[in-house]
Design a protein around this ligand. Structure first.
Ligand code: GTP
Ligand code: MG
Length: 460
């Protein structure tokens, strides 16, 4: 859906549904002051359109002249507002009915109900923020951990967009050289495609690769990963699942074959949202339901980004267990060997010689020994040095990563074919500039913007 920008004045309830101490109805657009002044009665008879004062106390009055709510009104004149338009924020009591009544009164005076994300989209269209910052606003709202918040803050503050703009500038500079060589081939221009041209481009490609690497962390924090707990029956998979979730979610019993269906729950480790999956123990069975469960275990294992292979440390590994480990390693994702029940076998001697596990973690799901270490190991395997990674701005949306990959591919093509004609060089560089513009919003198609902003909540 597309809307007419800046033509009309939009309004929405900007605070979440439910009851709260205060709630905000926000207006933005050229008519917002006029609309607000018609529905607001200042307790001191002030005119909110007069310059100077920005906060007013009074009441919202409906068309029939009845007071709707006692409010504080914040007036922000263009361009010094979130949208860079005239904005009025009406702070009322945070009840659903009172906020809806304030909104209805504003709509009755000619405001239009805002679409999801339309305030932020206006900030973007009016050039106050670029697309990375607009998307960072959404990431800020959706952040479920301090780390995700740090990541979003980094982008919302404009550090990511600064880096992208610098990169864009360098690329455009190279493009200008290539284009000049195309346009004036015979002129007395000095040689433009020089070794310096390629050195500059190499620097650009290095920075692009750095930003691409940052996308790993960004997407990890933003989108999370799936982890599956697998292993033979009765080794303590469900016990480990519960201990990691800090909740007795899955049934635990001494009977092998307890878990029949896979169970998934979400937890946060080191700021990373993790979809953790407990599965049915893998074994040969004639039992119809259990074998269906086992098929699902294998499915869950194939979908996971990392596997926790649980083994019982108090008994030795048999051939069947070794075969299962080999099967899991074949899936091509890191496999962590979790040696459980070390409370029963303090030496946790196990017989998996020469197997390339990503890590080996001795634990007890009963006493919790080793669990902190396992959690730390998982965070390190998934995110490396997350703290250091979060210091630099990171790409955090998959479309940003795809655009960066496209831009980098173009730059690489130029670097790999230094003697290509200036026309070809210019073509690739133009495509790279265009791809980067998709991240900052410069060249993003309307339909893509629609998709992005539709993910926002109404009122933001
Ligand atoms: N002593 C001790 N017992 C444990 C530990 N972890 C699990 N158990 C016990 O081992 C038995 C099996 O635990 P579960 O968590 O149900 O094992 P599972 O791997 O999910 O089993 P299935 O669902 O049948 O595949 C239960 O009796 C648990 O109490 C541990 O670390 N130490
Ligand atoms: Mg189980």
């Amino acid at each position: 859906m597309s809307f007419l920008f800046t033509e009309d004045t939009i309004a929405a309830i900007s605070t979440p549904p439910g009851e709260g101490g205060v709630g905000i109805v926000r207006l933005s657009g050229t008519e917002s002051l006029r609309i607000a002044s018609r529905i607001f009665r200042s307790s001191r008879g002030k005119d909110i359109r007069a310059r100077g004062q920005r906060v007013f106390h009074g009441h919202i009055i409906d068309a029939a002249g009845f007071p709707v709510d006692e409010v504080l009104l914040h007036v922000m004149h263009a361009p010094h507002s979130y949208t860079a338009e005239d904005v009025v924020e009406i702070n009322g009591h945070g009840g659903r009915a009172s906020l809806q009544a304030i909104l209805d009164t504003a709509l009755a005076q000619g405001a239009r109900l805002a679409a999801p994300g339309e305030f932020t989209r206006r900030a973007f269209v009016n050039g106050r923020i670029d697309l990375t910052r607009a998307e960072a606003v959404m990431a800020l709202i959706q952040a479920k951990s301090r780390e995700a918040l740090r990541l979003a803050e980094n982008a919302a503050s404009g550090r990511l967009s600064e880096r992208l703009q610098a990169l864009q500038q360098q690329l455009k500079h190279c493009l200008a050289h290539a284009e000049a060589s195309v346009d004036f081939p015979e002129e007395d221009l000095p040689e433009l495609i020089t070794p310096v041209f390629f050195t500059n481009l190499e620097q650009v490609s290095r920075e692009m690769r750095e930003l691409l690497a940052s996308a790993e962390t960004g997407l990890l924090l933003q989108e999370g990963v799936s982890l599956a707990i697998v292993g033979q029956p009765n080794v303590g998979k469900s016990s480990l699942f519960n201990v990691l979730l800090r909740d007795a979610r899955a049934i635990v019993s001494p009977e092998p074959g307890t878990t029949r269906d896979h169970i998934q729950e979400v937890l946060t480790l080191g700021g990373i949202p993790i979809r953790l999956c407990d599965t049915a123990g893998l074994r040969d069975t004639q039992h119809h339901i259990e074998s269906q469960g086992i098929a699902r275990s294998r499915q869950a294992a194939r979908r996971a980004a990392l596997l926790l292979f649980v083994a019982d440390a108090s008994v030795g590994a048999d051939e069947e267990e070794k075969r299962l480990v080999a099967e899991m390693l074949q899936l091509g994702v890191p496999v962590v060997l979790v040696l459980n029940k070390i409370d029963l076998a303090p030496l946790h001697e196990r017989s998996f010689p020469d197997i390339p596990f990503a890590a080996v973690c001795p634990v007890s799901a009963v006493t919790r020994e080793g669990i902190d270490g396992l959690e730390k190991t998982l965070v390190t395997l998934l995110a490396g040095d997350l703290d250091a990674a979060l210091d630099a701005p990171a790409l955090f949306r998959s479309h940003q990563k795809e655009s960066m990959q496209r831009a980098l591919a173009c730059v690489q093509r130029v670097l790999e074919h230094p003697s290509a004609s200036p026309e070809i060089l210019a073509l690739d560089l133009r495509e790279a500039v265009h791809a980067l513009g998709g991240i900052t919003g410069e060249t993003t198609a309307e339909e893509v913007l629609d998709l992005i902003f539709n993910e926002f909540c109404i009122g933001k």
